[in-house]
Each structure stands twice: as structure tokens, then as C-alpha cells.
Design a protein around this ligand. Structure first.
Ligand code: NAD
Length: 465
């Protein structure tokens, strides 16, 4: 054999060895809920769920605690992986979001039994599992949604098959693997959470049609919500938003400006609840803008630059994915504006029909619309929210204005005098969720929404009144 032939043989052997090596993690991960095909993932989850419902509620609670612990221990790693893989959002904020999901998603305590007692005896209405739930998760909150859905769905007695966003595949699969390990270590069955090694819309479609899947939960844009609602199965749809912020003349203007910048820039505007446009009454608009600049905003006043920015970030009526969740400085650089990295948000004044206002951008670009009075502000806010009924924010000290806006806009979340993230539990009371189901009405979903109501009637006994 010539030297060259030997070299080639060595090289081929090395490549083959490397290919073998690459296969190994996939094989090992199989043990932790990751399967080649969706049918296998569903069948394994079905077996796991049957074993799981034999456990006591106390044991179920222990598994939930194990998921919380694993999520907290991995919050930083999840955040790093998500930023690296998706190229979106902010590491520090993603840690906050992961910890929030781990700590404030309700567990088995959410399953409250209704009781009726009287002359005819005692009746219970209890919350029972669906069985195997299919959950479709977004790229914007990949691990947060998996933490939140896993806790809620398992607390209700279900197994869950995830169909994560392909762009957040590695991060999502890693979280699923970690949670399965935690469940098994805590004495639970293997494969209580499953998925496929290569998530895709095709695999999600198999999931949506599979007879074992008794409930579908979609967290994402309008397309996926429509897909699950057309599936013929019980479905929860947590869809898009375009949260407006209204600021009236009675607000604490500096606090409003500071809160708006904080909410809008959180995780570079990826949360579906984050401030997407500001509607300000004209008497306070200048002061609001000045204070926004004081708290980290850069104002674009040049009309041509506003147009250039619009052409850059809006593509066929949708956000240009290349800029979703990116830093303001990165986006502005593309239109020749250089700002220091501590600029958190780009602001600009536009009219109410402008695409920067009407399109859900999910990036730290915040258009401001000036209107005559609070009535006009409310009217425009309702229009640009597009009837999603997702989230709205208002800065006002006038209870009549607050009430009027909340009634008019009918959003699932309405935040008063705080950054939007108070609505999901960061600095606001109440539990956390990353699946906010406006279209199907469950609102801030938790274990109770992933359970079926069943009635158990005992006649002529156990009523002791
Ligand atoms: P996306 O709609 O592109 O994807 C969401 C998921 O749906 C992904 O897993 C994707 O693969 C899947 N998917 C998309 N179309 C599908 C189809 N036809 N059939 C089956 N699966 C399909 O959304 P994204 O970019 O990941 O997330 C951002 C969007 O999600 C924004 O609109 C945001 O407002 C919304 N969102 C809503 C909530 C909420 O709780 N309401 C939470 C997070 C994100």
C-alpha cells in the first residue's frame, strides 16, 4: 500500500469512528425520553403514564419537587444554551425566567376538589388526568415552557410528549433529558416526558393525529394555535399577542418610562407579554420620551431612518426572524446607527397604523403614538392589539381610566403601573405560567387546566350536617 493510500485509510477510519461516537449520545438519550420517531415517543409516554397514576399524590408531589430542583440547578445552563442555540434573548433575563417557571408554576396543590353535600349524600368533582398530552413549545421561551408545562401536566397526572421548536432543539432536548433523570431518581417511571430527536412540523403533525394523545397544548404563533384547534382533539391554544401600553396624564411619568423600558427590554422583548407599542396622551408625551431616554432608550427622529428600520425588521407583514430577540445596538447598526451597548430599547414616534405598531416584532424596538386624550388612546390600543386578548399595560392613577381600558381591551393579562413581566409573576403577585391561553380562554394555564373534571356521587351517606 502506498503512503497516500495508508493516509486515506487512516482518515476514513477516523471519520467512521467519529460518526460512531456522534451516534452514542442519541442512543443514551433514548433512555431519557428522546426517541427517533414520534410514535415511539407517544407509546413510551403512554406506558409511563399508566405506571405513574398508580403512585400516590404524595409521590407525585415528590416528582414535581424533583423537576423544580433540576430546573433551578440548570437555570443558568438552560439560559446559556438557549441564547447560544437560538441567537435570541439575554442570558441574565433567561435565568430569571427559568427560575420563575421552576419556583412559581403551581403543582399538585392546584388540583382542588369541589364538594357538594346535602340530604342526598356527598358528591365530589375531582380533577383527573387526560392521559398523554402533546405539547408544542416555542423558540422564544424554550426551557421555560418545558419547565412550566412539565410541572403543570405531570401534577395533573399526565405524561407529556413535547414537540419543541426545531430552532431550540438541543436546548429543549437537554431539558427533557434532565427532567426525566430527575423523575427516575425521585422514584418515578422513565419516559414520563418524551420527545423526538429531530423535532419538525411533520413530527408535530403525527402527534396531533395520534389516537393516544388526548389533549394538545400549543404555545406559539397563530399558525400552530390554528393547527391544534383544527385537530379534532381537546386543545389549548396559547397564541400571539401585541401588548399595547397606554400612558395617561395622571401617571407617574418617570416611573412609567422606567417600567416600560424595563418590560420592553426584558429578554430583548421575547416574552409574549412584553410591551410592544406605547400610546401616550399628548400632554405628557414629551416628558415620557425624555424619561425613557434617561432610562436606556435611544430615540430615532429621522423619518428616513425610521423607514429604513421598518424595511429591515418587517418582512411581508411579519417580524424579520433575523432580528427577533436581538440587542437594540445590533439592530440599529444595520441602519448605520451606532449606539453604546447599554442602550436597551430604540424608540421612535409614528402614527397608529404604522407597521412597527401593528406587527408583533419581539425585539427591543418600541414605537410611540401620540394621541389627544385617554379615550383615543384606549380606542387605538384595542385596535392594535388585534383582538388577541393577550396582554395590555396601563400607567395611570385614575381608576376610571384603568377600569375603562381593562373592560375595553379584554386581555388575559392587564398590568397596572408596572412592567409587563409583573403579569407573569416577576414583581407581581400570583403564580407563573409560560402558556397564556387567550384564544381558548384558560388564561394563565396551570395543572387544573390539564385535567378532566369527573364526578363521584355517594348517595344517602357521609353528609353529616
Ligand atoms: P412559532 O409559531 O413559529 O412556533 C411555535 C411552535 O409551533 C414550534 O414548536 C413550531 O415548530 C410549531 N409549529 C408552528 N407551526 C406549526 C404547524 N402548522 N403545525 C405544527 N406545529 C407548528 O412561534 P415562535 O416563534 O416559536 O414563538 C413566538 C410566538 O409565540 C409569538 O407569536 C408569541 O407571541 C407566541 N407565544 C405565545 C405565548 C403564550 O403563552 N400565549 C408564549 C410564548 C410565545
Amino acid at each position: 500500500m502506498s503512503v497516500d493510500a495508508q493516509k486515506i485509510e487512516k482518515l476514513v477510519r477516523k471519520i467512521l469512528e467519529e460518526m460512531e461516537e456522534k451516534k452514542k449520545p442519541a442512543e443514551t438519550e433514548c433512555e431519557w425520553g428522546i426517541f427517533d420517531h414520534m410514535n415511539q415517543a407517544i407509546e413510551a409516554a403512554e406506558i409511563a403514564q399508566k405506571e405513574f397514576v398508580q403512585l400516590s399524590l404524595g409521590q407525585r408531589g415528590k416528582l414535581i419537587e424533583a423537576i423544580r430542583k433540576a430546573a433551578k440547578e440548570n437555570a443558568e445552563k438552560f439560559a446559556r444554551m438557549a441564547v447560544d442555540e437560538t441567537g435570541m434573548g439575554k442570558y441574565e433575563d433567561k435565568i430569571v425566567k427559568n427560575l420563575l417557571a421552576a419556583e412559581k408554576t403551581p403543582g399538585i396543590e392546584d388540583l382542588r376538589t369541589e364538594v357538594f353535600s346535602g340530604d342526598d349524600g356527598l358528591t365530589l368533582v375531582e380533577l383527573s388526568p387526560y392521559g398523554v398530552i402533546g405539547a408544542i413549545t416555542p423558540t422564544t421561551n424554550p426551557t421555560e415552557t418545558i419547565i412550566c408545562n412539565s410541572i403543570g401536566m405531570i401534577a395533573a397526572g399526565n405524561a407529556v410528549v413535547f414537540s419543541p421548536h426545531p430552532r431550540a432543539k438541543n436546548t429543549s432536548l437537554y431539558a427533557i433529558k434532565i427532567f426525566n433523570q430527575a423523575i427516575v431518581e425521585a422514584g418515578g417511571p422513565k419516559n414520563l416526558i418524551t420527545t423526538v430527536a429531530n423535532p419538525s412540523i411533520e413530527q408535530a403533525e403525527i402527534m396531533m393525529k395520534h389516537k393516544t394523545i388526548k389533549m394538545l397544548v400549543a404555545t406559539g404563533g397563530p399558525g400552530v394555535v390554528k393547527a391544534v384547534l383544527s385537530s379534532g382533539k381537546k386543545a389549548i391554544g396559547a397564541g400571539a399577542g401585541n401588548p399595547p401600553v397606554v400612558v395617561d396624564e395622571t401617571a407617574d411619568i418617570e416611573k412609567a418610562a422606567k417600567d416600560i423600558i424595563a418590560g420592553c427590554s426584558f429578554d430583548n422583548n421575547l416574552p409574549c407579554v412584553a410591551e410592544k407599542e406605547v400610546i401616550a396622551v399628548e400632554s405628557i408625551a414629551d416628558r415620557l420620551i425624555d424619561y425613557m431616554k434617561k432610562h436606556g432608550a435611544y430615540e430615532i427622529t429621522n423619518k428616513e431612518q425610521i423607514q429604513q428600520l421598518t424595511d429591515l425588521v418587517v418582512e411581508n407583514g411579519h417580524a424579520n426572524k433575523e432580528f427577533v430577540g436581538k440587542d437594540a445596538a445590533y439592530i440599529l447598526k444595520h441602519i448605520g446607527i451606532n449606539v453604546p451597548p447599554d442602550i436597551r430599547v430604540a424608540i421612535m414616534e409614528v402614527d397608529g397604523k404604522h407597521p412597527l405598531v401593528t406587527v408583533e416584532l419581539m425585539m427591543p424596538i418600541l414605537p410611540i403614538v401620540r394621541v389627544k386624550n385617554v379615550d383615543q388612546a384606549i380606542e387605538l390600543a384595542v385596535e392594535v392589539e388585534h383582538g388577541f386578548r393577550h396582554t395590555a399595560i396601563m400607567h395611570s392613577k385614575n381608576v376610571d381610566h384603568l377600569t375603562k381600558f381593562a373592560k375595553a381591551i379584554q386581555t388575559t393579562i392587564f398590568v397596572k403601573n408596572a412592567p409587563s413581566y409583573a403579569g407573569i409573576g416577576v414583581g407581581g403577585e400570583g403564580y407563573a405560567t409560560f402558556t397564556i391561553a387567550g384564544p381558548t380562554g384558560e388564561g394563565l394555564t396551570s395543572a387544573k387546566d390539564f385535567a378532566r373534571k369527573r364526578k363521584c356521587v355517594l348517595v344517602d351517606a357521609l353528609s353529616i350536617r
